[in-house]
Design a protein around this ligand. Sequence first.
Ligand SMILES: [Fe+2]
Length: 313
Amino acid sequence: MTNKSWLARLLSLMGPSDATNEKAASSEASRQLLASLLNMAWFVEARDPYTGGHLWRVSRYSRMVAEQAGLGSKAAASIGLGGFLHDLGKIAVPDSILRKAGKLTDEEYDVIKTHPSVGSRMLAGHPLGHMVEDAVLLHHERPDGLGYPFGRSADLPNMALVVGVCDAFDAMTSHRPYRAGMPIEKAIAIIQGEAGKQFDPRFCSSLSALAKDGALVHVAGHSDVGIPLQSCPNCGPTLALTRNSQAGKLIYCRNCTGQFKLASDSGGKLFAEPTGEMGKPNDLMPELDHDLIKHTIREAVDELPSLLELEEQ
Ligand SMILES: [Fe+2]
C-alpha cells in the first residue's frame, strides 16, 4: 500500500474533510504512527536490564550533535528519532547473547550483526519506516568500511553517522555488568582517536564541542531530562525513574529483581532505598514510559513536515 492510500483511508476513518481538519488529523496520525514505533523500541530495550534510558540518551545526543553540526532543525529532529529507534532489530538477538556478561564468541557476534537488517525488515511494513531507515540499517557501518552489515564506507547518510557515534558514546559512558561507565572526557578522547576510522570526523568534533560546553552531563547517566539513574547496590546504575515517579513508589532492578522504595531527601530529590524484598513477575513487567514517548514525539513532530506535505514531495 502506498503512503497516499493508507493515509487517505486513515483520514476517511477519522472523519474530517476540510483542509484545516485534514492537516490536524494528519499530524495526529503521524504522532500515533510514531508512537507505535517508539513503543516497540521501548519493549525491545527493556529486555536488557543494563540499558535503562539508552534509547532516550542516544536520541538526545543524536539531535544535539546534528544541531551542533549545523544540519538544521528538521534533519536534527528526524535524526533524534533515528537515535531512539536504531536498535529495533535486537528483538531477534537471544537473551543468552544480548545479556551475556563476558566476551562474545565469533558465532555470537555474527548473531548480533543481524540486528540492523532485522530492524530494517521490521520497518519495511510501517508507513513511517522510511524516516528512520538509515539509522536502523546503517548505524554500525563505519567510514573505514569495517562496519556491518555491508562494510559500506562511501556515502553513508548523516543519520547513520550521527547515531553511530552517539550510540558508541552512550555505550562507553554507561555501566555494564563487567565494567563501570567511563567518564565523558575519556570516552570523547577515544572517539576522537577513531575519527575517520570508526566514526565520521565531523560528528566526532560536534560531540566533542558539546562535551566541552558541558552539554552532555545533563544526558549521561540520566533516563530523562533532570532524572539521573539510581543505583542498585548489587548491579550499579540500573534503576530508571520517570518524570511521574514520587516518594513511596516501589521500583525494581531489572537485573537482580531487587525491590526499592523511592524516598526524597531534604532538597526534594528522589533516591532509591533497598527494601530487602525481591520483585515477582508482575512487578518486573516492563513499564512503558508513555510520558517520555509522548514528549519525544511532540518535540520531533513540531519540526517535521506533516505526512500530507511528505506525500506532496
Ligand atoms: Fe545497534
